[in-house]
Design a protein around this ligand. Structure first.
Ligand code: FES
Ligand code: FES
Length: 155
């Protein structure tokens, strides 16, 4: 099927199998491997991307369902040569990652959450990330990083 989609601001037109997932399209066709695959069941959140500004699990969506949409992946947060996005910087300074496998999903989730909010509470942060799983950090550093990014990110 013909797929026309904008990914991180660039228009892409490809013929894809109808059952190709959005995650596999991003990772394998476009080589945007920042979108990670953990559970592939819509549970862990590692594959989170924004579709027209709203977070979705790209492992349980077909690529063709994104036809005509804007997709944003974690790669769009900062250029390869830097500087880091304030959210990424906050994750670094608060030790909010260890293996880093879950990190793209947390960053995209937090980006959507903070984009139009200021002065968020710890409870709101915890609620927001409750759909993302991390096996390493115990979450405290992630919560602190998102609260710090809320202060530092000039949006
Ligand atoms: Fe998509 Fe886990 S890989 S939710
Ligand atoms: Fe390892 Fe989150 S840092 S899973």
């Amino acid at each position: 099927m013909r797929l026309c989609v904008r990914v991180n601001g660039t228009s892409v037109v490809r013929d894809v199998p109808p059952r190709l997932t959005l995650a596999d399209f991003l990772r394998e066709d476009l080589r945007l491997t920042g979108t990670h695959l953990g559970c592939e069941h819509g549970v862990c959140g590692a594959c989170t991307v924004l579709l027209d500004g709203a977070s979705v699990r790209s492992c349980i969506m077909f690529a063709v369902q994104a036809d005509g949409c804007d997709v944003m992946t974690v790669e769009a947060l900062a250029p390869p040569e830097g500087p880091l996005h304030p959210l990424q910087d906050a994750f670094r300074s608060r030790h909010a990652l260890q293996c880093g496998f879950c990190t793209p999903g947390f960053l995209v989730t937090a980006y959507e959450f903070l984009l139009e909010r200021h002065g968020v509470t710890e409870e709101e942060v915890r609620e927001t990330i409750s759909g993302n799983l991390c096996r390493c950090t115990g979450y405290q550093g992630i919560v602190e990083a998102i609260l710090l990014a809320d202060e530092k990110w000039d949006r």
